[in-house]
Design a protein around this ligand. Structure first.
Ligand SMILES: Nc1ncnc2c1ncn2[C@@H]1O[C@H](COP(=O)(O)OP(=O)(O)OP(=O)(O)O)[C@@H](O)[C@H]1O
Ligand SMILES: [Mg+2]
Length: 356
């Protein structure tokens, strides 16, 4: 059975997209079959996975949009009342990494935001809208079955809109990427308030007969928190700089004092011993990832995670090359450990749905 993992934070620029790509690639390196879903109308993940550097790249992307499906075309049967059923999307294999696929995004997905919002608010009181709340789950499940996927990683947009509400509530797990700053602390505080409301909605949607019996049924609630990732903090002489360390601590306090209690009350935590078995502390920081510095540009240019860039791609020599290779090994270990923890959490977790 596929595990759907959402990367969610309504704060922008916290490395949701970059982490989805690096982590998905690492899962695939470990033999998992992975679909990266670009649900953000900004389409940054699609750009990162397919490349959009040159005119040739852009022609190739245009060709993909003309011939293969994307998230919006996939959902069109439900949202545009087309007389055909939702079908699995033809995902694009990501070059250079067997087992990794992309379900491309679409700028026009944003056009469905309002309709979905209405359908979710009215939850089943209008026949014509009953198929919308379960449609995204249907599309993802059919696509996962077609590609025999073990994991779906969902890169979400920075918003609290209805598409994100739906995507998160149909997922099995979620990760909250953060950056070490004041705004991430605020974002954690606000998630602690929003997520209980979304839970209440999902619980009622999954118990409504009209939504359960729709052509695309709304699934049972089965969402669990994996943890946070603190990203892109700066390192000086092997240590975080003081300001970053302060914000990391504030994020951790906010997570353990505000977010976790809210998640516990709303059935979004796994049993405690599952986290403890993986050595996850009470602050739920799964990984701290420092600034990729000069490697980020090369990673984007070669559509390859920082840790898998070859010496040819680095185009460096001598001491500079050796320094960067040392960094690469550190990043490889960080992402490998992160992937191992997530694989363990998702396979140890009991599948149990919360009923109404
Ligand atoms: N560890 C890192 N080191 C250096 N740069 C990074 C790192 N992680 C992300 N970035 C850069 O930070 C910027 C924001 O990252 P990214 O696009 O992944 O964030 P996001 O959360 O997906 O943003 P959005 O909310 O707009 O979707 C990008 O330019 C990315 O290249
Ligand atoms: Mg993004």
């Amino acid at each position: 059975m596929v595990q759907k993992i959402a990367l969610f934070n309504h704060k922008g620029g916290v490395s949701k997209t970059t982490t989805a790509f690096n982590l998905g690639w690492m899962f695939a390196s470990k033999g998992k079959r992975v679909i990266l879903v670009d649900s953000d109308p900004q389409c940054n993940l699609t750009g990162m996975a397919l490349g959009e550097e040159t005119e040739d790249d852009e022609a190739r992307i245009q060709e993909i949009y003309n011939t293969a499906s994307n998230i919006k075309t996939g959902l069109a049967p439900a949202f545009e009342s087309q007389p055909r059923a939702i079908e699995a999307v033809d995902c694009i294999p990501v070059q250079g990494r067997d087992g990794l696929f992309l379900l491309p995004g679409h700028v026009g997905l944003a056009e469905y935001e309002v309709t979905l919002g209405i359908a979710q608010e009215l939850s089943g009181s209008i026949q014509a809208l009953k198929n919308l709340p379960g449609s995204i789950n249907d599309l993802l499940e059919k696509t996962a079955a077609k590609f025999n996927a073990d994991y779906i990683l969902i890169d979400m947009s920075p918003s609290l809109g209805s598409i994100n509400q739906n995507l998160l509530m149909i997922s099995d797990f979620f990760l909250v990427p953060t950056t070490a700053d004041f705004f991430s602390v605020m974002a954690i505080d606000s998630l602690a308030k929003v997520l209980p409301r979304w839970y209440a909605w999902a619980k009622s949607a999954s118990s409504l007969k009209i939504l359960r019996e729709a052509n695309y049924p709304f699934p049972d609630f089965n969402l669990h928190f994996l943890g946070t990732i603190v990203q892109n903090y700066r390192i000086i002489r092997g240590k975080e700089t003081t300001a970053f360390q302060t914000w990391i601590e504030k994020i951790e306090v906010s997570v353990s004092e505000k977010l976790i209690p809210a998640l516990e009350q709303n059935h979004m935590m796994l049993p405690n011993e599952i986290y403890r078995n993986q050595g996850i502390a009470a602050n739920f920081t799964l990984a701290k990832i420092s600034n990729f510095n000069s490697l980020i540009a090369l990673s984007q240019q070669h559509r390859t995670p920082v840790y898998d860039l070859t010496p040819q791609q680095l185009k460096q020599r001598g001491k500079v090359l050796v320094n960067n290779q040392t960094k690469q090994e550190e990043f490889r270990e960080t992402f490998s450990n992160l992937a191992d923890k997530i694989i363990a959490l998702s396979s140890e977790s009991p599948v149990y749905a919360v009923s109404a």
